[in-house]
Design a protein around this ligand. Structure first.
Ligand SMILES: *[C@@H]1O[C@H](CO)[C@@H](O)[C@H](O)[C@H]1NC(C)=O
Length: 120
């Protein structure tokens, strides 16, 4: 079973597809594409907005950022890549976590008994 984080990303992408298929007058779609008419963003790190999270999820799932809207307009064509992306991302995540845990087994944080004898 995928992690909670992966399931949240999957839900986010499915919902983004749903928003894309909405008519242009609908509020969620206006918010997705909306920009402020005035004001400037401050320098330095910005708070993440929905679009940023969406882009990050698409990168994790290996989606082409330029083609996703065309794909998402067709619901049945959108669901397949999302599910495939979830599987691929989850496999990569599990491989990375197993490599990480193997690394941790070789690094004991405390000196061994033989090392303590050398110090004395
Ligand atoms: C939507 O995608 C499905 C599956 O890829 C395809 O069979 C169908 O023809 C597409 N529909 C449209 C309207 O493009």
């Amino acid at each position: 079973m995928p992690s909670v984080f992966t399931l949240l990303q999957q839900t986010l992408l499915c919902w983004a597809g749903h928003v894309i298929r909405m008519s242009v007058e609908r509020l969620p779609r206006c918010i997705l594409y909306g920009e402020l008419q005035s004001g400037a963003r401050s320098h330095g790190g910005q708070m993440k907005i929905f679009k940023d999270t969406l882009k990050a999820s698409m990168k994790d799932f290996n989606f082409d950022l330029t083609l996703w809207e065309a794909l998402a307009k067709n619901r049945s064509a959108w669901c397949g890549p999302v599910i495939k992306g979830v599987k691929t991302y989850e496999q990569q995540r599990l491989q990375q976590s197993s490599v990480y845990s193997k690394d941790q087994q070789h690094k004991t944080p405390w000196p061994t008994v033989t090392q303590l004898h050398v110090i004395q």
